[in-house]
Ligand binder design. Structure first.
Ligand code: ADP
Ligand code: ASP
Ligand code: MG
Length: 418
């Protein structure tokens, strides 16, 4: 199983290059199934176009529109392969049997029935599948799996077809200790545990989509993230560090940054039981996901407290509207909205058994004059909120402070990083 991301199929030349690679894999004696993303920034461009037509595009129609991107690349790729004298067939998500629930824009895979893919493989053809899309049986409508969802397509097909390995081909040499576009001294990681990869993906490292990592972990799919621009070994996502081969697990494996979140502060909430529940029930009804939450101690004189939480910017507006509508019932004073925040996270399995990581992180940031606004932790991750415009500096500083800088500057091949 191979997956090629948008930056690997950005133009006709790239498609021909990828076709050659796929044919070589086939000629080496493998059955090959390929999931492919939309060319370059096509998905973003289609989204922009939709928003030019209407501020809130209809969810069903938006999925109809966005799935065309992957149909373009799958057909072109199949053509390129056929022109090399090798049989190839392209399939949409629904033809490939990617059955999902009905949530447009973030559908989940419920079943994979790749009957037609098996037939094509049995007939010796290379199979090309449009990534990022599925089909809901009840509504009989086309769905999409969320941004970055072609990774999930690849993993789900790898699981259903019991593929030996799921290779994720992209524009960098693998998973790095930080986004190489931001931290030039980032180094490639040879192996990473799925647990760390989940945390990194959730913290904003978009090299792998979080749902794909989850799916791979649940179904025992072996992931290999590598470059489509060269033949070097990439990053293997493993269940656990091989204690026999590795000296010890790294305390910090990687640093990630995220600029997609915003902070809402509910100011002047009565400090009595039930208010947090009220607020977060309102938020939950909007379907928005909350990331960090901070509640301050109330000033004794007023008996009022502030509650801040972070969420995706894209969901900010609807949550604010919902909270405003119930201001009277909850009894808070006002709302503040801040979309100029950045989230920095450090992730490492060795953190579990190592003291002082937080202190080292906070010291590095304070030495650089970067203010920390919120903090949250898991067993193997520490995240802090900073000003958005200091996030990239913060990432470089923290990367250096934890001794992660490599010898050479990391190479980024194609892509705009959009
Ligand atoms: P594709 O089009 O192949 O799906 P993406 O743009 O989704 O590619 O993901 C690859 C990009 O992810 C890289 O170009 C890089 O800028 C970014 N990235 C963020 N964090 C990391 C990381 N830790 N390691 C590697 N790449 C990262
Ligand atoms: N084309 C989709 C996106 O840009 C899916 C993907 O590339 O994985 O999000
Ligand atoms: Mg991607």
């Amino acid at each position: 199983m191979q997956k090629y991301g948008g930056s690997s199929v950005a133009d006709a030349e790239s498609i021909k290059r990828v076709a050659k690679r796929i044919v070589e894999t086939r000629k080496a004696g493998n059955d090959v199934v390929v999931a492919v993303s939309a060319m370059g920034d096509t998905t973003d461009e289609l989204l922009d176009l939709a928003h030019e037509v209407t501020p809130i595009p209809d969810a069903r129609e938006l999925d109809m529109l966005l799935t065309t991107g992957e149909r373009i690349s799958m057909a072109l790729l199949a053509m390129a392969i056929k022109s090399m004298g090798v049989e190839a067939r392209s399939y949409t998500g629904s033809q490939a049997g990617m059955i999902t629930d009905s949530r447009h824009g973030s559908a989940r895979i419920v079943e994979v029935t790749p009957v037609r893919l098996r037939e094509a493989l049995d007939e010796g053809a290379i199979v090309i599948v449009a990534g990022f899309q599925g089909f809901n049986r009840d509504s009989k409508d086309i769905t999409t799996l969320g941004r970055g969802g072609s990774d999930t397509t690849a993993v789900a097909l790898a699981a259903a077809l019991e593929a030996e390995v799921c290779e994720i081909y992209t524009d960098v040499d693998g998973v790095f200790s930080a986004d190489p576009r931001v931290v030039k001294k980032a180094h490639k990681i040879d192996v990473v545990t799925s647990e760390e990869m989940l945390e990194l993906a959730a913290a904003g490292a978009k090299v792998l989509y979080i749902r794909a990592v989850e799916y791979a972990r649940r179904h025992g799919v072996t992931l290999h993230v590598r470059s489509s621009f060269n033949n070097s070994e990439g990053t293997w996502v493993v269940d656990a560090y091989d204690k026999e081969k590795m000296v010890e697990e790294p305390i910090i494996t990687g640093v990630a940054g995220d600029l997609n979140e915003a902070k809402i502060t509910v100011v002047g909430v009565p400090d009595v039981p039930g208010k947090a529940a009220d607020i977060f029930e309102i938020v939950a009804r909007t379907g928005a996901n909350i990331d960090m939450i901070v509640q301050n101690v109330s000033a004794a004189a007023t008996g009022l407290t502030d509650i801040s939480f972070t969420l995706l910017k894209a969901e900010g507006e609807k949550v604010l509207t919902a909270l405003k509508a119930e201001q009277g019932d909850v009894g808070y004073e006002s709302l503040q909205y801040d979309d100029q925040i950045g989230k920095l996270s450090v992730v490492g399995a060795g953190m579990r058994t190592s003291a002082g990581v937080s202190a080292q992180l906070f010291r590095a940031l304070s030495d650089a004059g970067i203010n920390i606004e919120m903090i949250s932790t898991s067993e193997i991750r520490i995240s802090v909120v900073t000003r958005a415009d200091s996030l990239n500096d913060a990432m470089r500083i923290v990367h250096t402070a934890f001794g992660l800088d490599g010898e050479l500057d990391a190479e980024v091949h194609g892509g705009t990083g959009r």
